[in-house]
Design a protein around this ligand. Structure first.
Ligand code: FAD
Length: 746
C-alpha cells in the first residue's frame, strides 16, 4: 500500500508582483500557461504571428528548465528540433547557444536516420531561453499559478480556424494514409472509456481567459485575478496532480527544483478544472536518475566520449552561415564519459525491487516510457544482459554535477547509492540529489484537433507532456503548432478578419506532422516519444532538409519573418538547385570515370556499361560509396583537360557543408523517395484486403518487425490490413512490409 501523501512546504513563489499587477489587468490575444519547452515555443510562436501574448508560469526563474537530461536532440528528436528551427522556433537556436558537447548520432548510417544531439549547460540554456523570450516586445512574462479557466458558455461554438479541406485532411491524417485512427489491442477499452467522457464534454463553450493566483509574501493569502484572452494554450508538463516518489515516500509536486530538496507545487486546481469539463484524464509516470558529484568519479576508469569538432549546430541559419558556429555563449566543449552496469548492479536492483514505489497507474506498476525505461525495467526485461551502458554527462561548465544517463530508478536514496557505487569508476561516488519518479495526469490527445485545439472548448489548446508525450523536443514541436494557430486565430478575430487557414504539417512534410497525427488520431496509453520508424516518409524527412520542407510554409503563415533566415533559405535553395543541375548536365564517359580511379572509390565495383558508354555525374553519384566530393573532383579534372573550358568554369562555387549534405542525400535517395510514395499509394488502396489466417508472424517471415509487433500480430490476428493498422505500436514501415509479405505469398 502506498504511504499517505505528505505535503512538504513548497518554496513560496518569489514575488516581484508590483509591475505584474498592471499587466494582469490587460486583455491578451493569447495566454500560454507554463514556461517549459512546449510553453516557451508556444509563446514565441504566438508572438511571432503578431498576437499580444502572456506567458504565465509558476516561477519565472525556471523558464526553460531541463527537468531531466541535460541534452537536446538525438535520433528522431534531432529531426524535430531542426523542423522547429525551420519554423523559426527557439529550441534549436537556444541549444546552439548553450551546447557544450555536440554529436551527430548514426553518422555512419544514411542521412535519413542521422540525428544531431547536443549536451547542454543547464544554466546557459535557461538564461538563453529567458533572454530570447524577453526580446519579444509583444510577449509578457508573469509569475503566477493558473487555477481555473474562464469560459463563455453562452456562445455557440466559434470556428477559430478555417476547417481543413478534404484534401488536406487526407494528407495530414493517418486515417487517410494508413487507416490508423484508433488502437485495437488489449488496452483499447481503457482508451474508449477515456474518449466517452471526452465526447460528452461541453460543446458550446469558448475560452475567455484564465484565473491566476499570486502571492505577495509568505504570510499573506494568495490573491486571485482574472486575465482575459481570446485563446489559451495549456502546457503544464508533469504538474497536473503531480506526485513525486522515492522508494515508498510520496509527496505532492510537479518536479524537484534543480539540485535541491525543494519541489515545485503540483497543479491541482487546473487538473480539477479539466476534469470538470470532462476532459479524458489518465495517469502516466516518468523518472529521473540521481545526480552525482563529478569530483568523486574515477574518470580514468571510464571511456571518454569527446565532442565532434567542428560541432554541427541545430539552427539552419547558423549551419548555413559557417562563420557562426554553435556554442556562442559557452565558447568551449567538454568531454562526456561512458561506464556500464554489471552483474553486481543487476543483483542489487532485483534484491531491492520491493523498495520501489507503488503507483496509481497500471495496477500499481505505473505507466512509464517504454523506450526510456528505468534501470529496473531494463534488468527485468533483459535478464540475460550482463551490462547496460551508462553515459556520464556533465551538467555544465561551472558545476561538478554529473547526470548518469540510463540510471533512473526511484529506489530509496541509500539503495540508489549502493547501486551506483557498484559500477566501474563510480565506486566512491557521492549522490548530490537522489533520483525520483513523478506520476501525473495527462489528457488523451484524441480530444484535440490537428491544430491542437480542444474539440470541446473553442480557443483552448493543449501542448507538451500534458498530451501524453515525453521529451523536450516533442513538447516544443507541439508548442510551436499550438502557439502559431492560437496566435493567428486570435489576431484575425481581434481585427475582424476571416478565420485563417490553420498551420498543419502533413505526415509527408515533417516529423511534427507524424507526432501530432499519431497523437490526435491514435491517442496514447504510454508516454509517446519520437522515433524515425514512426514516419512512413522518413527517407524524405531528413534532418538536413527541414528548412526546405517547412520554412516556406512558415513564411506563408506569417510565423517566419526573420530576414536572415529567409535569405539563408533563398541562397541554400539556389545553391542546391545549381549543384544538382550541374550534375545532371555533366556526361561522364565510363572509361574516364574508371581511368581516374572512380571504381576504386566504389570498392573496386564497376560502373555498369549496359546502358551505354556515358552516365551523368548525377547517375554516378547514386552509386554506393561515391561521394559528391569524389564526383566533383573527377568533373574538375575532366574540365581542366577540355580546351574549351576557361579556368573560371572549372572550380565549383564553394558551399557550406550543409549544401553538400543535402545535394548528396537528395541525389542518392531520389529513387527511394519515388518508391516510398508508390508503396504508400498501394498500401492505401490495400486496406480492405484480407490477410490470410495462416500467416505466421515470426522473424523468418517478417525479419524487420520488432518482437512487440510480432507478438501483437500473433495474438490479435488481424483479418484485414485496416485492422492491422489499428494495432498500437505497429509502425507504418512494418505495415508496408506485412503488405509485401502477404502479396508475395499470394
Ligand atoms: P515542463 O517542461 O514540465 O513545463 C511545465 C511548466 O508549466 C513549468 O514551467 C511549470 O512551472 C508550469 N506550470 C505547471 N502548472 C502550472 C500552473 N497551474 N500555472 C502556471 N504554470 C504552471 N523526458 C525524456 O525525454 N526522458 C526522460 O527520461 C524524462 N524524465 C523525466 C523525469 C522527470 C522527473 C521529469 C519531471 C521530467 C522528465 N522528462 C523526461 C520529461 C521532460 O522534462 C518533459 O517531457 C518536458 O519538460 C515537457 O515539457 P513541457 O513543456 O510539456 O512541460
Amino acid at each position: 500500500r502506498p504511504a499517505p501523501l505528505s505535503f512538504p512546504k513548497h518554496r513560496e513563489i518569489s514575488s516581484s508582483l508590483n509591475n505584474q499587477n498592471a499587466l494582469l489587468n490587460q486583455e491578451y490575444d493569447v495566454i500560454v500557461v507554463g514556461g517549459g519547452h512546449a510553453g516557451c515555443d508556444a509563446a514565441a510562436a504566438a508572438a511571432r504571428t503578431g498576437a499580444k501574448t502572456a506567458l504565465v508560469t509558476q516561477r519565472l526563474d525556471t523558464i526553460g528548465e531541463l527537468s531531466c537530461n541535460p541534452s537536446i536532440g538525438g535520433i528522431g528528436k534531432g529531426h524535430l528540433v531542426r523542423e522547429i528551427d525551420a519554423l523559426d522556433g527557439l529550441i534549436g537556436t537556444v541549444a546552439d547557444e548553450a551546447g557544450i558537447h555536440f554529436r551527430v548520432l548514426n553518422r555512419s548510417k544514411g542521412p535519413a536516420v542521422r540525428g544531431p544531439r547536443a549536451q547542454m549547460d543547464r544554466d546557459l540554456y535557461k538564461a538563453s531561453m529567458q533572454a530570447t523570450l524577453k526580446s519579444y516586445p509583444n510577449l509578457h512574462l508573469f509569475e503566477a499559478s493558473v487555477q481555473d479557466l474562464l469560459l463563455d458558455e453562452s456562445t455557440s461554438p466559434i470556428e477559430s480556424l478555417a476547417p481543413m479541406s478534404v484534401e488536406n485532411t487526407i494528407r495530414v491524417s493517418g486515417t487517410g494514409l494508413l487507416g490508423i485512427n484508433s488502437q485495437s489491442d488489449d488496452r483499447r477499452p481503457e482508451m474508449d472509456k477515456m474518449m466517452q467522457s471526452a465526447t460528452s464534454a461541453s460543446r458550446n463553450a469558448r475560452i475567455r481567459g484564465v484565473v491566476v493566483e499570486t502571492t505577495e509574501s509568505e504570510n499573506q493569502p494568495a490573491t486571485r485575478h482574472e486575465i482575459q484572452a481570446r485563446a489559451v494554450v495549456i502546457t503544464t508538463g508533469t504538474f497536473l496532480r503531480g506526485v513525486l516518489m522515492i522508494g515508498h515516500d510520496r509527496y505532492a509536486g510537479g518536479r524537484h527544483l534543480r539540485d535541491s530538496e525543494l519541489v515545485e507545487p503540483p497543479s491541482v486546481g487546473l487538473a480539477q478544472t479539466l476534469a470538470r469539463f470532462n476532459f479524458p484524464l489518465s495517469r502516466l509516470k516518468t523518472g529521473t536518475p540521481p545526480r552525482i558529484d563529478g569530483s568523486s568519479i574515477d574518470w580514468d576508469a571510464c571511456t571518454i566520449q569527446p565532442s565532434e569538432v567542428p560541432a554541427q549546430p541545430f539552427s539552419h541559419v547558423r549551419q548555413f552561415n559557417e562563420e557562426q558556429p554553435p556554442m556562442v555563449t559557452a565558447g568551449t566543449l567538454i568531454d562526456c564519459y561512458q561506464t556500464a552496469t554489471n552483474e553486481k548492479t543487476h543483483e542489487l536492483v532485483m534484491k531491492y525491487e520491493h523498495t520501489l514505489p507503488i503507483y496509481d497507474g497500471l495496477d500499481g506498476k505505473g505507466n512509464g516510457p517504454r523506450y526510456c525505461p528505468s534501470l529496473y525495467k531494463k534488468v527485468q526485461r533483459f535478464p540475460d544482459r550482463t551490462g547496460h551502458n551508462c553515459f556520464l554527462e556533465p551538467e555544465g561548465l561551472n558545476t561538478n554535477i554529473v547526470y548518469p544517463n540510463g540510471m533512473s530508478g526511484p529506489f530509496p536514496e541509500e539503495i540508489q547509492l549502493k547501486i551506483i557505487r557498484s559500477m566501474k569508476g563510480l565506486g566512491a561516488v557521492d549522490i548530490v540529489r537522489p533520483g525520483y519518479d513523478v506520476e501525473y495526469d495527462f489528457v488523451n490527445p484524441q480530444a484535440l484537433t490537428h491544430t491542437l485545439e480542444t474539440k470541446s472548448i473553442g480557443g483552448l489548446f493543449l501542448a507538451g507532456q500534458i498530451c501524453g508525450t515525453t521529451g523536450y523536443e516533442e513538447a516544443a514541436a507541439q508548442g510551436i503548432i499550438a502557439g502559431a494557430n492560437a496566435g493567428r486565430a486570435a489576431v484575425a478575430a481581434s481585427s475582424g478578419e476571416k478565420a485563417p487557414s490553420p498551420l498543419i504539417i502533413g505526415r509527408d512534410e515533417g516529423y511534427i506532422g507524424v507526432l501530432i497525427d499519431d497523437l490526435v488520431t491514435r491517442g496514447t496509453l504510454e508516454p509517446y516519444r519520437m522515433f524515425t520508424s514512426r514516419a512512413e516518409y522518413r527517407i524524405s524527412l531528413r534532418a538536413d532538409n527541414a528548412d526546405l520542407r517547412l520554412t516556406r510554409k512558415g513564411i506563408d503563415f506569417g510565423l517566419v519573418q526573420d530576414e536572415e533566415r529567409i535569405s539563408a533559405l533563398d541562397a541554400r535553395e539556389m545553391l542546391i538547385g545549381d549543384r544538382i543541375e550541374q550534375l545532371q548536365k555533366f556526361d561522364l564517359k565510363v572509361t574516364e570515370w574508371s581511368a581516374r580511379g572512380g571504381n576504386d572509390l566504389m570498392g573496386g565495383a564497376q560502373v555498369s556499361r549496359k546502358q551505354g558508354q556515358k552516365k551523368t555525374a548525377e547517375e554516378i553519384l547514386i552509386m554506393p560509396h561515391v561521394t559528391l566530393n569524389d564526383v566533383e573532383n573527377i568533373m574538375m579534372d575532366v574540365r581542366k583537360e577540355s580546351s574549351e573550358t576557361s579556368s573560371d568554369e572549372i572550380a565549383f562555387v564553394k558551399c557550406p557543408l550543409s549544401v553538400y549534405d543535402t545535394v548528396e542525400a537528395s541525389v542518392k535517395y531520389k529513387s527511394y523517395v519515388r518508391r516510398q510514395y508508390k508503396d504508400m499509394d498501394s498500401w492505401r488502396r490495400a486496406q480492405g484486403l484480407r490477410i490470410p489466417p495462416d500467416v505466421v508472424y515470426d522473424h523468418n517471415n517478417l525479419p524487420t518487425l520488432s518482437n512487440e509487433e510480432l507478438e501483437k500480430l500473433t495474438r490479435i490476428r488481424p483479418s484485414t490490413f485496416h485492422e492491422a493498422s489499428q494495432i498500437s505500436g505497429m509502425t507504418p514501415q512494418s505495415l508496408v512490409y506485412l503488405y509485401h509479405h502477404v502479396m508475395r505469398r499470394n
